[in-house]
Design a protein around this ligand. Structure first.
Ligand code: SF4
Length: 347
């Protein structure tokens, strides 16, 4: 049974005025027809390049913006049915860690005030109980109780992200939205924070929506992955299956972009990436609503890809893929995408 259920969700931003008085900019379709589910205690990665809509989808779940269409349910909450105010119980149940630990922590507040705020407002703690829980949260994220009396500027980037995680865990949330939580950190600090997040999930049983552009990081942390491209979720599935045998050409391109320490594997990946990404120069502007969003870059593109967005179908690995290759193209023969040669297969 799912904890979070996102169904047919779309978010469209109005275009507004251009630089000239009579100019109107087109609406921006940030998310289109997104379906996503997360089970209790599960960690799901939402992957895609900048502008794919992954952060917008996360913000809709957090109620930081209102979707244009579709529904979001979390347990008994009908999130899209809320009025102007978000119920306190929902704010307790869903928390967020943002990418930038500097911008997300108020520099004028001590760490004690930052961590205690949700404990006071959402959990009703005061005095001794408040101090005890604040110190406990610091211990949970690998910091000391005496750090509570310092200011955010006195900490490194990794420590600041630990403080942000402590604040997010203060309400014992059922779902933690992690929006690029390690992208702003250096590589060694990234692995420490990732290990911390993995340990915390085992200890707290919170479900994670891990939003990131780095598929290698997401594979390490998550059990399932959803891949977004240009406002659409194009593939979902178990993390290992997505990374070892991608069903969608865009997922294959993302995987070919992950560096490999073995020079032979890296050479093979580079040539594969060149083949898969050769259409990138033609990929400008928003794709038509009814087309596959990857059509301008896809080496396997067919006529139907320009006029119809593929209906997602089940994959053998237990996920879904939205690609005409799997319904009308050479994948009908059951050949995995890794065996398709973009230079010879019928486009
Ligand atoms: Fe999209 Fe068609 Fe390429 Fe599949 S084959 S990714 S539907 S352009």
């Amino acid at each position: 049974m799912s904890l979070l259920e996102v169904s047919d969700l779309s978010v469209v931003f109005p275009g507004g005025r251009g630089t000239l008085p009579w100019q109107r900019l087109p609406n921006v379709r940030a998310v289109q027809g997104a379906n996503l589910s997360i089970r209790a205690s599960e960690s799901v990665g939402l992957v895609g390049e900048s502008g794919s809509g992954k952060t917008t989808l996360g913000r809709a779940i957090l109620r930081l913006l209102h979707p244009t269409e579709g529904t979001i349910r979390l347990g008994d909450f009908d999130v899209t049915g809320f009025g102007r105010r978000t119920p306190r119980a929902y704010r307790k149940a869903v928390q967020v860690v943002f990418q930038d630990p500097v911008g997300s922590l108020n520099p004028a507040m001590t760490v004690r005030d930052i961590v205690a705020e949700p404990l006071r407002l959402n959990m009703g703690l005061q005095d001794e109980a408040l101090d005890e829980r604040s110190a406990e949260l610091m211990g949970l994220v690998g910091l000391e109780a005496h750090h509570l009396d310092r200011y955010p500027y006195e900490f490194s980037g990794g420590q600041r992200q630990r403080i942000a995680i402590a604040r997010a865990l203060a309400t014992t949330p059922e779902l933690l939205v992690l929006d690029e939580p390690v992208s702003a950190l250096d590589v060694s600090t990234q692995s420490q924070v990732i290990n911390l997040l993995e340990r915390l999930q085992r200890e707290t049983d919170a479900a994670y929506l891990f939003i990131a552009h780095d598929l290698a990081v997401v594979r390490h942390v998550c059990q399932r992955i959803a891949v977004m491209y240009h406002s659409r979720i194009v593939e979902t599935g178990p993390a290992d299956a997505i990374c070892d045998d991608p069903a969608h050409p865009y997922t294959a391109l993302l995987i070919a972009s992950i560096p490999d320490p073995d020079p032979a594997v890296q050479r093979e990946k580079t040539s594969r990436r060149r083949a898969l990404g050769r259409g990138v120069a033609g990929a400008t502007g928003a794709p038509p609503v009814d087309a596959c969003p990857f059509a301008a870059r896809c080496p396997h593109v067919m006529d139907i890809c320009h006029t119809s967005f593929p209906t997602p179908i089940a994959t053998a690995a237990g996920g879904e893929v939205a690609c005409h290759l799997h319904t009308t193209g050479p994948m009908l023969g059951g050949r995995p995408l890794s065996e398709l040669d973009p230079d010879t297969d019928e486009a």
